[in-house]
Design a protein around this ligand. Structure first.
Ligand code: PHE
Length: 358
């Protein structure tokens, strides 16, 4: 006979005692955590608790009743202690398996997401490193620039018509009604680095200069008020357009694949003469026409030309002694062509789902 059966026997015919036993065990059964259990322990076994109350009632009783009540009290205390321990173990076990579910040490770890270079940074570095491998030196110029370097010394004195092609963002102007070489602006291209380098060094020069440029453009699929260029130029005693073409051919093949061809289309820039826009045969179709090249077979990737003798005069080089070529690559354009991206805005919206792909 176990303790509960003995208790049932003892309390037979004594409904208040039977209820006391019943309620005590139910209280323990209803406990949900350690705190509940501690409260139950105090209520049942504490100084003012149920069991103590039972013993206190013994005083004025007959010997027979005393015996029954005493045995009931002792048994009940023992049973309550056992049930409290049992319940405690049960609750601890449940808590353990709960925690076990949250922390399954057999699961493979979650790899922390590590950031990476933005696609435009990757393309900029790729372009730059091709020229570094050809012996070019990297020079970086300021984004906040003087009109003198951005325009004037690049053969665009105030009111030169080509200035209007560059919707310029000004930082401060000498006179808001007149253009001046002292005006401070956000450079509209990376070409002012040509002037800064030539001004402070002597040829031979082989320089590559990546960086940001700014124009007051409406933002759309192919325009951004801030964009990236890589400027390159070479100055020496007998540099020819043949060198420019050969250099750009090597560049185009390293960037877009060995099979690529380049072609020059006549163009105009105030600081080069002659000037050319350079196309690369399309890497998507090999030149037969596809969506990337808009069926033309060619991709326009940069502007270039032979440095205008007027620019050499501004920096104090003798145009009879020196010749040179220069080119400017649009980084967004190259990235869009290389990765078949049709909207420039994705570079700057910083949607991680887009950026993570590259
Ligand atoms: N700076 C010109 C532009 O932004 C590109 C260019 C650079 C053209 C060097 C010729 C030589 O359009």
């Amino acid at each position: 006979m176990d303790d509960l059966e003995k208790l049932n026997e003892l309390t037979e015919g004594r409904p208040e005692l039977a209820r006391l036993v019943q309620e005590s065990l139910e209280e323990i059964g209803a406990c949900r955590d350690g705190e509940d259990l501690e409260h139950a322990r105090i209520r049942l076994l504490g100084k003012k608790g149920t069991v103590t109350g039972l013993f206190k009632g013994l005083a004025g009783l007959t010997t027979g009743d005393k015996k029954v009540l005493g045995q009931t009290g002792n048994l009940l205390r023992k049973l309550i202690e056992e049930r409290l321990d049992e319940k405690g173990r049960e609750l601890a076990g449940a808590a353990r398996s709960q925690a076990g579910r949250a922390l399954d040490v057999t699961l493979p770890g979650r790899r922390p997401r590590i950031g990476h270079k933005h696609l435009l940074t990757q393309v900029t570095e790729e372009i730059t490193s091709i020229f570094v491998s050809l012996g070019y030196q990297v020079v970086v110029g300021p984004e906040v620039e003087l009109d003198y370097y951005n325009f004037e010394a690049l053969n665009q004195p105030p009111y030169h018509p080509a200035r209007s092609l560059h919707d310029t963002l000004y930082v401060s102007r000498k006179d808001p009604h007149r253009e001046s070489p002292d005006d401070v602006l956000l450079r509209t291209h990376t070409s002012p680095v040509q002037v800064r380098v030539m001004e402070s060094r002597r040829p031979p020069l082989y320089v590559i200069s990546p960086g940001k440029a700014y124009r007051k453009d409406e933002i759309d699929a192919t325009h951004s008020a801030m964009f990236h260029q890589v400027e390159g130029f070479a100055v020496g005693t007998d540099i020819t357009m043949g060198h420019l073409k050969g250099t750009l051919e090597v560049f185009a093949r390293k960037l877009f694949g060995e099979e690529r061809d380049v072609r020059f289309r006549p163009h105009f820039f105030p600081f080069t003469e002659p000037s050319a826009e350079v196309d690369v045969s399309c890497h998507g179709c090999g030149g037969s026409g596809c969506a990337i090249c808009k069926r033309s077979g060619w991709l326009e990737i940069l502007g270039s030309g032979m440095i205008d003798p007027r620019v050499f005069e501004y920096v104090g080089y003798d145009p009879e002694e020196y010749t040179g070529f220069a080119f400017g690559v649009g980084v967004e354009r190259v990235a869009m062509l290389k990765y078949a991206i049709d909207d420039m805005r994705v570079f700057f919206e910083n949607d991680a789902r887009f950026l993570r792909q590259y």
